[in-house]
Design a protein around this ligand. Sequence first.
Ligand code: NAD
Ligand code: SIN
Length: 476
Amino acid sequence: MSDDFVFEKEFISYEPATGRAFWEGKISDIGDCVYRARRAWPEWAAQPLANRIELVRRFANEVRSAAEEFANLIARETGKPLWEARTEVDSVIAKVEISVRAYAERTGKKRLDSALQGTASVRHKPHGVMVVLGPYNFPAHLPNGHIVPALIAGNVILFKPSEKTLATGQFLVNLFHKAGVPEDVVQFIVGGVDEGKKLIANPNIDGVLFTGSLQGGVSISRTLSANPAKIVALEMGGNNPIVVIDTPKLADAAALVAQSAFATSGQRCTAARRLVVLEHLYAPLIDELLKLTERLIVDEPFADPAPFMGPVIDGETASRLQESFVHLLTHGGKVLKHMRRPDDRLPFLTPGIIDVTNMPDRPDVELFGPILQVIRVVDFDAAIAEANNTRFGLSASLVGGGPQDYNRFWANIRAGIINWNRPTSGASSAAPFGGVGLSGNHRPAAFYAADYCAYPVASTEMDQPRANIGIGLKDS
Ligand code: NAD
Ligand code: SIN
């Protein structure tokens, strides 16, 4: 047992919709977990690839068998509607076959043409002990998107879920164990930011796969900046724009905006935070948007009729979002729809919409909740400039226009996800997923996760030593 272990500290996760304690457990002994992971790694890495693939496929079957229980748990612990939690479980299952394919396509063995005799090839090796730090908004799907490809590649995993979604994290890890993945190969770590910091500072880890806030990502980046040997993949937030230009289908445009801004109560990294709209479309579009958002049901995850969105993750987050909304409105924003909190004791928030066109010095921060800021612009050039007016660069959508407009948008927008007549969110696991600017560190996840889970080894090979020095020798 390591010296820095603190016995008495416990973590509790709460059910956002009721405020009741949901899960509790003792903080993990980080030193011991890292020790066990390092000890387990050689045997796991030495297994044939087919064995590791077989085990993650069995894991997918375990998730299938427990799907409804898992979805219930995610819905209770995050507050997201049950229908949405079910789609998260589906994504966990789908990730397995996508990762098997990605490993073969992106990091499989390749034979190269060799001008020399013999062969030249590229193969990949795992890094070793990988720390996975997960966020609360997709507490199963997103960390699983690191864990499965990392396991296939031959790494072992220390998974610390968000301190707000520990039950989901534990359930996920138990399913790996049930499938036959050894306990020390995927470990569930209980802790918060301090334990995350201890994990990444431990000299015996080889990499950190982080999905979370800009603040967390920057801190990790700083800690490891003097240690280039560690692989670090950072998936962070966004201040994502959705741009609406001329379209005969304004009601559909409004639906795309509402879906982008308010799905998962705005707690998606790819959620639209800013609606950029041409001046002459402003009044009719906002009219459609207000009518629609008025109808969105905000309720607890299991309510009947099913809600569009549930609460945000906790009271502190709800209060911070309320303060941000007040900040916008007291600094030049014009409220189009108030964000309300019907019960101060619970973190349910209704969608808020605020016109910030005339606000000087708009803060370029991610408001991770159901707040949409609206900016009016005179033309398409101004719309593109406004969309790019952020240090982040995760997702962006254009709604309306024709193919030429979209080509211009695509060519000029700085983001890792650029869509046309589609929401900013709902990214496909079969594509790379990551952003530029402050949204990431150029190590996209999803299909390209294979790239950061293994490193390439180039080899030239002959079955016998055959060599002579052809030039520069004295006569013997
Ligand atoms: P967070 O940064 O607070 O925490 C994420 C995880 O990292 C947690 O496990 C936390 O304990 C740990 N952590 C935080 N700071 C750390 C530090 N300095 N050192 C070590 N570990 C640390 O994020 P969150 O609030 O749980 O999630 C919401 C954020 O995640 C939003 O900003 C959202 O945009 C982002 N997100 C990004 C993506 C993406 O793929 N780009 C996807 C989902 C969520
Ligand atoms: C997220 O990872 O937060 C959202 C994924 C998406 O819906 O694009």
